[in-house]
Design a protein around this ligand. Structure first.
Ligand SMILES: [Zn+2]
Length: 415
């Protein structure tokens, strides 16, 4: 994983040269607003990390001057790759990431752990010689998960492991007890709509090939269930691998459709409920979930930079979100993204490499639970006039896995 992290970091140096357009779409819903395309594929693990435009500039649709400039970065890129794969920096990002998540664990919006982790990162940025290190205050929601439990009552009693979704409503204080309808898809639910009224709707959808395509059941499950008269919904966790582990996440409601409580249950339990129903059993479940509504608190977006030596007012952002959900370590979502952002800058500092533009590491706050991009939205509002200073912004929030490429969003010219 340490190598993976630096594969991405190394690429950043090359990538900033290529991106000359401005990209204002740094909020999470950019995926829906503008087309995306696979920008470039990286070579296999351990191969020299040099993008195709450096390796084969003749294939790039760029001006000769720009091609020559890209080629001129080859020595710097090779120095970075050598340092990461075989130098003193080998394994550093992964080790630092491990230390970070061990020290702070889950860092949910509004928590002390989140603010402590922000203090730590500010300190780390200063210690590693970044400039203009500062936090910018943001008012954020304070998320605290309430009581959550569910039990299968008939045909036998069984505890159901679950995690409430955000921003689900809670159940009435005494909970809900109702018959159950298990469906395998939205189409299946429509076909069985007449049986749904007054029931707890369980979605036992198959894995749809990717997280993104499967997550639609978590996102729209409560809407679809309520539309046909369901009074609550339990959704199979969005994962293709489970050891009886439920997975939480965001969901939505729709105007004029009743807001019903929604939680994710495990893959194993969803399959069990489906099998029982299909074998002719009548299912009944009790379900109780409470939501705490706490006053908003103050958090911080975090910044640190290496000032550019030719175009200091032009920025290249490297970012991830420092907060996480409450029930995991938030290692991949998204301490990994924040760590590669800062480590790329620390590495350049250690190697004494400079850049034309200012490289700015940005650690967004309050992106996940109860939030959906509060930190980044605040930044966009507050820095509206400065957004045009960005030549490119990197955002890592899909897990710090083996790098296979970059998703690019922006104008044709920037692409
Ligand atoms: Zn995330």
């Amino acid at each position: 994983m340490n190598h993976t992290i630096f594969f991405v970091s190394s690429l950043l140096v090359a990538f900033q040269v290529i991106c000359s357009g401005t990209n204002h779409n740094i909020t999470k819903d950019y995926e829906n607003q503008i087309k995306r395309r696979r920008f470039q594929d990286l070579p296999p693990f351990k191969a020299p990390v040099i993008g195709p435009c450096v390796k084969h500039p003749e294939n790039c649709n760029l001006s000769p001057i720009l091609k020559a400039e890209i080629v001129s970065y080859r020595p710097a890129v090779e120095t970075i790759v050598r340092e990461v794969l075989d130098g003193e920096s080998k394994g550093r990002a992964y080790k630092e990431l491990g230390k970070f998540v061990d020290l702070f664990g889950a860092r949910v919006s509004g928590s002390k752990a989140l603010e402590d982790s922000i203090d730590y990162m500010l300190d780390q940025m200063k210690q590693n010689g970044l400039q203009n290190v500062h936090g910018e205050e943001v008012v954020v929601p304070h998320y605290v998960r309430g009581e959550e439990r569910a039990e299968l009552l008939t045909p036998r009693r069984k505890h159901l492991t679950l995690l409430g979704l955000d921003p689900s409503v809670g159940t009435p204080a005494q909970g809900i007890e109702a018959d159950v309808l298990v469906v395998t898809s939205f189409e299946d639910l429509k076909a069985k709509a007449k049986q749904a009224k007054g029931k707890i709707i369980v979605f036992n959808q198959d894995w749809q090939g990717s997280y993104k395509t499967t997550a639609i059941y978590r996102i729209r499950g409560a809407i679809e269930a309520a539309t046909v008269g369901g009074i609550a919904t339990l959704i199979r966790s969005i994962t293709d691998f489970s050891l009886n582990t439920p997975h939480t996440g965001g969901m939505t409601y729709e105007a004029l459709i009743p807001e019903i409580p929604a939680a994710c249950i495990t893959v194993e339990d969803a399959e069990l409920l489906y099998r029982l129903q299909e074998s002719g059993e009548k299912l009944r479940i009790s379900f109780k979930m409470s939501i705490y509504k706490l006053p908003a608190t103050t958090s911080r977006n975090v910044f640190g930079e290496i000032t550019g030596n030719e175009k200091p007012n032009e920025l290249v952002g490297l970012s991830g979100h420092i907060d996480s959900w409450d029930v995991g370590q938030g290692a991949l979502d998204d301490a990994g993204g924040t760590q590669i952002s800062v480590e790329a800058l620390y590495l350049l500092k250690r190697l004494g490499l400079t850049t034309h533009r200012t490289l700015q590491a940005i650690l967004w706050t309050s992106e996940e639970a109860a939030a959906v991009g509060v930190g980044v939205a605040d930044y966009v509002k507050r820095h509206d006039k400065e957004l045009a200073n960005f030549s490119a912004v990197f955002e890592s929030d899909s897990g710090t896995f083996n790098a296979t490429g970059l998703d690019f969003a922006g104008s044709e010219e920037a692409g």
